[in-house]
Design a protein around this ligand. Structure first.
Ligand SMILES: *Cc1c(COP(=O)(O)O)cnc(C)c1O
Length: 410
């Protein structure tokens, strides 16, 4: 019998080789090599289970006397490392990373509300959040309604005796209207409702909701925070630990767990978040002004421009941080829109936002297609309406590409 064990040579027989060199079974995990030095990059830990020393040790973990992982659905190091980074940005602790932005929205609504409660949402929330409010929560006995968050009186009028929560996005999609946040915060305090902010669009670089009195903040990490359109993740944090634990428990029970690899990628993306955001925002301001000067363009919506309907409020709430999102409307309808995207193929025509590169979306054929034409018209979304998520490309290149689209759309 010829073997090729570690340290042996071809031709040695079993009896000539030291027995300890032979692995007893491939099934046992090989101990991770010890090193006097440490990795610079964050290690990726895909383990689903964690072994404890004894039942006593496990008890200590579950009772909170010892920290440690048990089963990845309940938490794992790559999620925690990522959560701590976003916590730092939002000025909070104990944040939870979940499998998607919608997992975060769902965990908040379903973890904190029950039969008989009412939640008031902003009427231009993310499409799937609207769907959850309109279709799913009512099936579980939660009452929902929507109101215009730029209109404090309309929000107040929609309050009910059982209103437990108000859910808003500071800057709406795709018309980039800015919520009357101070009035909504006062309203929530007045009626004893929790104030929940989906901060995906503004990011903590633009607005930190906890500094302005929010109770819960959530994100689609998929967008600007991860920033490379290669992971789907969410994040949620609550100022109050009891609320945080309710959200966490619901998320673990429903299995809203993030993949360690996605967390690892998103953390890598976050290292450059601030650089990306600043550059994209600078580009957005310039691109908005450039588009406003194009003959094919009927109007431009950018909160940083004086002609934006909520410019004064945006300046007060956001400081000079007006973000990377720009919307514009072509004079022509669908025909002009088709000509535009075909003339600038390097700008990805894709229904997302927050990628490192500039992407263009057309709400009438994507995010807002479920609405009637009248419903879209009420929001100011025509067939010539585009939303741009501005990336970090050289601005001259972006102007060149958008100029091509504008000429084709004439
Ligand atoms: C994309 C998005 C979501 C949902 O996030 P996913 O990661 O796609 O599940 C929620 N809210 C806002 C504002 C978004 O843009």
């Amino acid at each position: 019998m010829h073997l090729l064990p570690k340290g042996g040579t071809i031709g040695q027989t079993l009896t000539e080789v030291h027995m300890s060199d032979i692995p007893k079974t491939l099934v046992r995990r090989t101990p991770w090599p010890q090193s006097a030095s440490r990795p610079v990059g964050t290690p990726l830990q895909p383990s689903v289970v964690y072994a404890s020393d004894s039942p006593d040790a496990l008890d200590a973990q579950y009772d909170g006397h010892a920290s440690g992982y048990t089963y990845a659905r309940e938490g794992h190091p790559n999620a925690d490392v990522l959560a701590q980074k976003i916590d730092m940005l939002e000025g909070v602790s104990g944040g939870i990373v979940l499998g998607s932005g919608m997992a975060a929205v769902s965990a908040v609504l379903m973890g904190l509300l029950g039969t008989g409660d009412h939640v008031l949402g902003a009427d231009q929330l993310y499409g799937r959040s609207l769907r959850l409010m309109a279709e799913d929560l009512p099936r579980f006995g939660v009452e929902t309604s929507l109101a215009d968050p730029t209109d404090a009186a309309a929000m107040r009028a929609a309050i009910q005796p059982n209103t437990r929560m108000i859910l808003v996005e500071l800057v709406s999609n795709p018309t980039l209207r800015v919520a009357d946040f101070e009035a909504i915060r006062a309203l929530a305090a007045d009626v004893g409702a929790l104030l929940v902010v989906d901060n995906t669009f503004t990011t903590p670089r633009g607005f930190r909701p906890f500094d302005h009195g929010a109770d819960v903040v959530l994100h689609s990490v998929t967008k600007l925070l991860a920033g490379h359109s290669d992971v789907t993740l969410g994040y949620v944090a609550a100022r109050d630990k009891t609320l945080r634990d309710k959200i966490y428990t619901l998320a673990v029970t429903m299995g809203l767990t993030p993949s360690p690899f996605d967390c690892w990628l998103a953390e890598r993306g976050l290292y450059s978040f601030e650089l990306r955001y600043d550059r994209a925002e600078e580009n957005a301001a310039q691109l908005a002004d450039f588009l406003a000067g194009q003959e094919a363009v009927k109007r431009v919506l950018y909160p940083g421009r004086a002609d934006h309907p909520d410019h004064t409020r945006a300046a007060a709430l956001l400081g000079a941080r007006f973000g990377n999102m720009v919307s514009f409307e072509l004079h022509g309808g669908r025909t002009a829109a088709n000509a535009f995207t075909q003339a600038c193929p390097d700008v990805a025509f894709a229904p997302t936002l927050g990628d490192i590169g500039t992407t263009l979306s057309h709400p009438a054929s994507s995010s807002h297609r479920a609405l009637t034409a009248e419903g879209r018209a009420a929001l100011g979304i025509s067939e010539g309406f585009f939303r741009v998520s501005v990336g970090v490309e050289p601005i001259e290149l972006l102007k060149q590409e958008f100029a091509k689209g504008c000429i084709a759309a004439l």
